[in-house]
Design a binder for this molecule. Structure first.
Ligand code: GLN
Length: 306
């Protein structure tokens, strides 16, 4: 995969930026330029390829849920995590309340807001500083910082997530520390990354948790397997099924416009395109990934037919 190919993929995706809108429910995010599009691809042991607006800093938003899940699995183990959430696609929007209402005792999965807030409660003792260094390490990006303006903007418009957090508390899934948990969840959504940082994280996951350059294991193999499975089945919210058919790669989106995609055993991909569809997924980013996956036969099931 070379830069000329990525240029073609971005050209294919570009017109789709017109079909979405930048997020506005977090007012600060509405300042993004919806026409921007960029990509970075990091093959294991190969040359990094980049194209378009790949080094724009934007907030990681829900892609933080991947790191939160991996860290919670790593530190507290499988049972502690899946005591807090199920492992099922919710088929509902990322901030749905209905999917954890009276009939459901626990959130559907760790990659929707309700599940992620429950997981972040586990990470309370790690704290913002500890999590920041985990994000920097896993993304091989020492320049990740918290975007204070985006944090404040979300924090002052967090009625929905606050309601979810109190609902979780009423079900005994989080304790007295609702405010602290929600603050940490929101701070972790406000970390600034680039398509490059996401590609680095993707490459680490593609390589089973071992950093290819140093040979250091940063995540256990089973943590990576569980995390990737959740990304494949639940990473694009209520668009996860169609995305799995069209692209077929474990991926995670965020309303900042990022998509993290993993080609297991081969490469990590980071995409930036802040114009979103109605589900909160980058509208052009998904098309770019579809183009790449189809052309290069990267769909995880293609490996059995190619
Ligand atoms: N911070 C956002 C929220 O909690 C993340 C949502 C997203 O990226 N889909 O609403």
């Amino acid at each position: 995969m070379d830069e000329a190919f990525l240029k073609q993929a971005l050209e294919f995706g570009q017109p789709y930026t017109e079909r979405g809108e930048v997020a506005s429910y977090i007012p600060e995010l509405s300042k993004a330029d919806g026409r921007e599009l960029g990509i970075c691809v990091r093959p294991i042991g190969g040359e990094t390829v980049r194209c378009g607006v790949w080094n724009r800093r934007f907030t990681i938003q829900s892609i933080s849920k991947v790191v939160n899940l991996a860290m919670a699995l790593e530190r507290f183990g499988f049972d502690a995590v899946f005591h807090k959430t199920k492992m099922e696609p919710s088929g509902a929007s990322f901030n749905s309340m209905s999917r954890i209402s009276d009939t459901e005792d626990i959130p559907f999965n760790p990659l929707v807001n309700s599940g992620a807030i429950a997981i972040v409660e586990l990470l309370g003792p790690v704290g913002l500083e500890g999590m920041l260094s985990a994000f920097r390490g896993l993304c091989s990006d020492p320049d990740i910082t918290m975007d204070e303006a985006v944090f404040q903007s979300e924090w002052t418009h967090s009625a929905r997530n606050r309601s979810l957090a109190y609902l979780l508390q009423s079900k005994g899934l989080i304790g007295e520390n609702v405010d602290e948990t929600l603050r940490l969840y929101t701070q972790l959504c406000s970390l600034s990354v680039t398509a490059g940082s996401l590609a680095n994280l993707g490459m680490l996951l593609a390589n089973g948790g071992v950093q290819p350059e140093t040979g250091r294991r940063l995540l256990k193999e089973e943590v990576v397997r569980t995390t990737l499975t959740m990304m494949l089945t639940c990473g694009m919210y209520d668009g996860s099924g169609e995305f799995a058919v069209r692209v077929g790669l474990p991926s995670k989106s965020g309303v900042g416009g990022g998509i993290l995609s993993v080609v297991p055993g081969e490469m990590g991909i980071g995409v930036y395109g802040p114009s979103l569809d109605s589900k909160g997924n980058s509208v052009a980013g998904q098309r770019v990934l579809e183009y790449i996956s189809r052309t290069e036969k990267l769909h995880i099931l293609d490996r059995y037919t190619r």
